[in-house]
Design a binder for this molecule. Structure first.
Ligand code: MN
Ligand code: MN
Length: 356
């Protein structure tokens, strides 16, 4: 019944009433993103009937093959948001450079960063995919954003969220006051609040990692996973289950719903890459949501939200989920003599700059 449900718009108005100075523009950005997610959800639901499955002949800035839906979802994000007057620029996984706001529309005070379709290789096998987004303040509202404007640590996000297109479409977001989930009513076309204040249990008995990379893992990760695999007879004294969906959004949604820990650690497979997931539009919003839900997110060595990005498409190792599990992994890194003798993450400059 819709009568006792809270719509996304009503929820956002409620939230805003706690911040008397707020102009309501952030709410408008979020509602635009929700509209985009509804449009993408609808296209995905038609599957092969909509002619949207399969790959494009193109590759994106990461050198990855673009699926038709990657391109389509990106277009919807850009077209809906560029005309609102609320944004100074956008950054997408699918674009080399920031997307400028066309000259005929006003520039606003926010920046929107997104992975329009996460896990897109899952599309052809009809497994959940999603969209991830993050909202930052433009350093100088009203002018066109440049790439450097987006290089802000994740702790400065004013909103982070995702939509998961699964058996149902669910929008999960945080504006810094907990994490809340809204399920799309396909008939009404409305996101309705279905879970308030999601919380990740501190302990876990499920872990998610791509075990085919085992031979490339660093010793602390190998040790952590070995302890889990040893189960009841090992140092953890209990049995663990393993999960792997190969879609960051789906892993995040599972962990926000029933707990667990996820690892895509740094490995030695391709030394040029510091990790697999992208900092700005994957790790950063994920870390914001995870911390808002009482969990922890880091590289194994550092908190994700403290990292100052050096590039729009920078990759980073990511470990997130149950606080106790992530702390245990961090302790293993801290106690690993090899981890200290190696150079810092990004060469001589190190991971952090002063003042972050
Ligand atoms: Mn992705
Ligand atoms: Mn993507």
């Amino acid at each position: 019944m819709v009568a006792h449900r809270t719509t996304l718009a009503r929820f956002l108005i409620e939230q805003r009433s706690h911040h008397p100075g707020a102009s309501g523009e952030l709410n408008a950005v979020i509602l635009d993103v929700a509209l985009v997610c509804k449009a993408i959800s609808k296209r995905i639901a038609y599957g092969a009937l909509g002619g949207v499955l399969g790959a494009e002949p193109t590759t994106n800035v990461q050198g990855e093959t673009q699926q038709k839906l990657d391109v389509l979802a990106n277009e919807v994000f850009l077209k809906v948001n560029e005309r609102s007057g609320l944004l100074a620029g956008m950054v997408s996984e699918e674009l080399d450079d920031p997307h400028p706001i066309p000259p005929q529309y006003p520039r606003g005070k926010y920046l929107l960063v997104f992975d329009p379709l996460d896990g897109s290789s899952n599309i052809d096998v009809n497994v959940s995919v999603g969209s991830i987004f993050s909202v930052l303040r433009a350093p100088e509202p009203g002018r066109d954003a440049v790439a450097a404007d987006f290089l802000q640590p994740g702790s400065r996000q004013v909103c982070a969220g995702y939509a998961i297109y699964g058996p149902s479409t669910v929008l999960v977001l945080s504006v810094g006051t907990g994490v809340h989930a809204f399920t799309l009513d396909p008939e009404l076309g409305e996101f309705l609040l279905t879970r308030r204040d999601l919380a990740i249990p501190e302990t876990a008995s499920e872990f998610a990692i791509n075990a085919s990379n085992r031979r490339f893992w660093e010793p602390p990760v190998r040790r952590y996973v070995d302890e889990c695999l040893a189960g009841r007879s090992g140092p953890r004294g209990k049995d663990y289950n393993m999960r792997w969906v190969a879609s960051a959004v789906a892993e995040l949604h599972r962990i926000l719903t029933r707990g667990g820990v996820f690892l895509y650690p740094r490995d030695t497979k391709d030394p040029a890459r510091a990790g697999r997931l992208r900092l700005l539009y994957e790790a950063s919003p994920i870390a914001f949501l995870v911390e808002q839900a009482g969990g922890r997110a880091g590289t194994g060595r550092h908190r994700i939200l403290d990292v100052l990005p050096e590039g729009l498409h920078q990759r980073i190792p990511l470990v997130f989920g149950a606080r106790d599990e992530v702390e245990r992994i961090e302790q293993m890194y801290a106690g690993d003599p090899d981890a200290h003798s190696r150079p810092p993450l990004f060469g001589n400059r190190g991971l952090f700059r002063a003042g972050t």
